[in-house]
Design a protein around this ligand. Structure first.
Ligand SMILES: NC(=O)c1ccc[n+]([C@@H]2O[C@H](COP(=O)([O-])OP(=O)(O)OC[C@H]3O[C@@H](n4cnc5c(N)ncnc54)[C@H](OP(=O)(O)O)[C@@H]3O)[C@@H](O)[C@H]2O)c1
Length: 218
């Protein structure tokens, strides 16, 4: 019954059988959670040649940490890394354009960028705000990138997708996740309403493998 409930809540599955013969996919953050499951699903259909870029790597942490360049980690990992990788890949001279770029987004409540405090070091640190801000930046980037590739007359399709709330190790650095009471009392309850990684990658697979208009967020 629990499985049926989670299955029902997780939304439609990807049921197509698109052949990935001769295609290659680049997926950031593929050693756990959604990235790992997505790689598994694509590998079933794959015969390698890169046509897809999935900007999936992500971090969620309550503590302020910085990259080696001194950039706040949510901004660095969730947004800037993908911004740089994508721009480097789409402007490689003499190479085939990427077929589709999919950015893995989050339905965050905060929909603004604090340009006065991009590095989150001026006001008291709140990891949820830093996470939301970085994912909102990725959302805005998705929209702008779609316009940019169109202006560059590239055939690349750019989309964003919300995977929903998925039972992965993403919140492992949040205080609640390491709290004994939370783990014993609430986590089993939450589990009922969370998608499994398999269910979580279905919307990503659908956006990746079905025909979708560029600039669309799913
Ligand atoms: N789970 C959800 O409910 C949910 C909801 C909305 C959106 N998302 C988004 O989905 C994406 C995948 O998250 P997930 O839920 O699958 O979490 P996850 O299991 O923690 O996977 C995150 C992946 O990102 C990688 N990563 C983290 N920092 C990195 C870095 N500096 N460089 C390269 N890779 C790095 C991780 O590698 P390591 O394990 O080596 O750190 C891991 O493979 C994230 O962008 C997240 O924001 C998740």
């Amino acid at each position: 019954m629990c499985h049926d409930n989670r299955d029902y809540l997780s939304g439609p599955k990807y049921v197509g059988n698109v052949s990935l013969d001769g295609k290659t996919a680049i997926i950031t953050g593929a050693n756990s959670g959604l990235g790992k499951e997505l790689t598994r699903q694509l590998a079933k259909r794959e015969n390698i040649r890169v046509d897809f870029l999935v900007n999936n790597a992500g971090v969620m942490d309550y503590q302020r940490k910085v990259s080696v360049d001194g950039i706040e980690q949510h901004l660095a990992i969730n947004y800037l890394g993908h911004f740089l990788l994508t721009n480097l890949l789409i402007s490689r001279p003499g190479t085939e354009p990427i077929g589709k770029i999919v950015n893995v987004l989050c339905r965050q409540k905060i929909k603004k960028i604090d340009f006065e405090d991009l590095n989150c070091d001026k006001s008291p640190y709140d990891g949820r705000v830093a996470y939301s801000q970085s994912k909102y930046a990725l959302f805005l980037f998705t929209k702008e990138l779609a316009k940019k590739v169109q202006a560059m007359e590239l055939p690349t399709v750019v989309c964003g997708v919300f995977p929903g709330i998925v039972n992965t190790s993403l919140p492992r650095n949040l205080v609640a996740s390491n709290n004994f009471v939370f783990r014993i009392m609430y986590k089993p309850f939450l589990w009922l309403f969370m998608k499994s990684p398999y269910q979580g990658v279905m919307p990503i697979l659908r956006v990746l493998l079905e025909e979708t208009p560029s600039g669309t967020i799913y």
